[in-house]
Design a protein around this ligand. Structure first.
Ligand SMILES: [Zn+2]
Length: 259
């Protein structure tokens, strides 16, 4: 309530976007550059999604004077501006400049860290379960265990997943393949191996490093009772290990053929 109606009048921020980004609970968002928002081509199809679209857009781009709208309308335009910014954000973060901004946030672990013990606090990335607004809240994707988690704080847990979309983390790792984490505990060494391979002119992309080596090193938890593996899970894991060994053998054969 303290920060809703002041908007661009705030003493600290000189634009609506910097006010929005500085507001508590908006830490997952990155700055969408004004050039991107002002290019109407990028906003194609958003107008019907958003009530008071033109006022909301004017507010985001600081073109809405205080006396342009009545007080009652102002609150609703504020809400719509945040909604519109979210939809623009989902498009922006899969552009090259948007990806670079989100990569910086990922490196700083702005989206939190994986709670799984064997992921060793690996940084997470925000993801939507659907690209349609008002359906599912944002979740967090761990690229190490390739699973999803709910945000810890309820402020983050109530953000619409459509503001990030279903594609973002995966396109980020396609554009920055060296950022794909290794499954092994010794990630640093493995990344170096992969960089060395990349320099030799191997095709770039996920899985450039020896897939066989990655599969063999994957770290996972094995339940035991007094040191003995628990029956059902042990059976399943033996089967999974056998499948993995067959796959590793196939990958090694394929890799030795190339050399
Ligand atoms: Zn994880």
């Amino acid at each position: 309530m303290d920060d809703v109606s002041t908007g661009s009048d705030s003493d600290y921020s000189n634009s609506w976007i910097s006010w929005f980004l500085a507001s508590k609970g908006n830490e997952y968002f990155c700055e969408v550059e004004e050039d991107y928002i002002l290019d109407r081509f990028n906003l194609t199809g958003l107008a019907p999604e958003c009530a008071n679209y033109s006022q909301a857009l004017d507010l985001i781009t600081d073109n809405l004077a205080d006396d342009d709208i009545e007080e009652e309308l102002r609150a609703s335009v504020e809400v719509q501006a945040r909604f519109l910014y979210g939809l623009i954000h989902a498009r922006w973060i899969i552009t090259s400049r948007g990806l670079a901004k989100m990569l910086e946030k990922y490196k700083k672990a702005d989206f939190g860290r994986c709670p799984r013990v064997l992921c060793h606090s690996h940084p997470l990335l925000p993801i939507g379960l659907t690209d349609t607004a008002y359906e599912k809240a944002v979740k967090l994707y761990c690229p190490r265990c390739e699973d999803l988690y709910s945000p810890k704080s309820s402020r983050h847990g109530s953000i619409d997943g459509a503001y990030f979309g279903t594609t973002f983390p995966h396109i980020m790792f396609m554009v920055y393949p060296t950022m794909v984490p290794m499954k092994a505990p010794d990630g640093v060494q493995s990344t170096r191996d992969r960089d060395a391979r990349n320099e030799k002119g191997a095709p770039s992309g996920i899985g450039t490093a020896s897939s066989a080596a990655v599969a063999l090193k994957a770290e996972r938890y094995r339940p035991t009772i007094f040191g003995f593996q628990v029956n059902e899970i042990a059976k399943l894991q033996r089967w999974q290990d056998a499948m993995r060994d067959r796959q590793v053998a196939r990958l090694e054969a394929a890799e030795s053929e190339k050399h």
